[in-house]
Design a protein around this ligand. Sequence first.
Ligand code: IMP
Length: 198
Amino acid sequence: MKIIFATGNEGKMKEIREILADPQVEILSMKEAGITAEIEENGTSFEENAVIKAKAVMELCHEIVLADDSGLEIDYLNKEPGIYSARYMGEDTSYRIKNQNLIDRLEGVPDEERTARFVCVIAAAFPDGEVLTARGTIEGRIGYEEKGENGFGYDPIFYVPEYGCSTAQLSPEVKNQISHRGKALREMKRKLQARKEG
Ligand code: IMP
């Protein structure tokens, strides 16, 4: 079985290969499959955006295509930046600036109101028109300053109470085990296996 994952991000591909690992499944990035596509993410939810991406690439190659959409929801900010996480304050603005801006917007907000979660939705589009989705989340709180050097994006301000540190202070192995993307990928793996077994 061949699966194409609609991402250009090598870090994500590594994580995807580790979690979906199956000797009977060949997992290719868009680049490896020779596909180039600029897809407009104009959905209004993580689910819609992931499905838009997976379907658009499936239409181009007629193989099974997986795509993901993810982001950070901060409860005090009405779930901002949400589906706009990558575009928040502009794609080219550094995360140091984006993270400081979010910390500033929560100035004076007490611990219990700083709740937030990372969300990841993976969609699978099949050549026969079927679509599957899987959602994973991790709950945490927005910290008071950036901490940690691992990870990417909003990790330095995402504090996980159970671990007493930010997701940027976790090793990649531990983050994969508890992260929104790890959970969504494992859920998708279960759904793909169930579909295969009919
Ligand atoms: P996507 O690649 O369109 O799904 O972009 C999701 C955006 O959400 C990223 O660019 C980050 O800003 C944020 N994000 C998603 N997952 C994580 C994570 O695990 N750590 C930090 N930021 C994340």
